[in-house]
Ligand binder design. Sequence first.
Ligand code: SF4
Ligand code: SF4
Length: 371
Amino acid sequence: MSYDKCVRCGACVRICPLFTAREEEQFTPRAKTYLLQVMDLIEDDEEIQREFRRLLFQCTMCGRCEEVCSSDVDLLKIYHEQRAKALKSAPEEFEYLNALRKALANVKNIYGLDPEDRAVFWMDELIDDIPDIEDRVYEEGKTAEVMVFLGCLMSFRATQMDVVKSLFKSLERGGADYMVMGAQEFCCGHPLYLMGDDEGAEELRRHNKEVIEKAQAKTVITCCPGCLIQLKNYHNFEGVEVLHHTQYFDRILDEPPQLERDEEFAYHDPCELHRISNVKREPRSLMRKIGVKWREMELSCCGGGGLLRMTDPDLSDKIIEVRKQKEHMEGTTVLTCCPSCREQFMSAGIRTKDIVEMLDEAFEEQGRSTE
Ligand code: SF4
Ligand code: SF4
């Protein structure tokens, strides 16, 4: 087992956002691997077992520990497998996840809302800018080169509306032959995957794959790094490329619009994008192309991943508060490209924008200067 390779060197301790927030060894990857190494000795101790199961869900799954571990311990794989085991062996301890699981089983979105509303919330907002936006919503028989997979947050959250508008306006300006899945989109399965419910996630994926294949899309784009992980790694597409929106726009814009700004932003790399999916270059390349000036932030987690907002909201809040102070975020606009990170920044009162909003602003400025 890979956890046997842990030599307790401690390299993973100080970089773990949970340790940074609370300074308690119990939260660290080192403590979790230690408990697994001595599992034979503690398996009859119900109290420690319960504690271990709780600790497994107190993690943002940011992957930073795995990145620094020189013993090659597959920490994310271990957490995933152990979460699945915990969910199966002690479901009564995870009742707080039942509402989410029920919503995903019944209406296929994390909010328990009517699936038909997936294409409704943002539609009215876009009608002035894109009068034929309704035609862009997938229905059986329609085909397009590019399929937009919005994901639950972007489809339903008013806080994401500006990003959705910027995305569609930029697709129009880039001349894309695109469609959006609308009511036919199911959750990508990432929340279920994160809690270790692989079977539930697979059911959702099967449906999305079928729709995307029927639409004959060659490219799927998403703004959500969680959706990207699922679509890219677990949908087994053939002949369909899955891209994050920053990758897509970085690739297609030959003559990018230019922003005339002196403002300096800060850039936050979403963990699931830069660490798990290895997308680091394109967001920066896109920002550079459109003339955004930014300072780099620490490659650390915002505190919103791995279901931590559900499993331990106080810890999640503490992580972002600590970073906010440490990295002097007050008064700065933090650019990122993940709806979940943006929610986390907003909840801490930090101004934030998605890179595609900057692209949209650059297009607007260009339009004004050519009028
Ligand atoms: S970095 Fe790897 S080997 Fe070192 S304590 Fe952490 S898990 Fe163990
Ligand atoms: S994945 Fe991130 S939050 Fe979880 S133990 Fe590793 S460093 Fe800590």
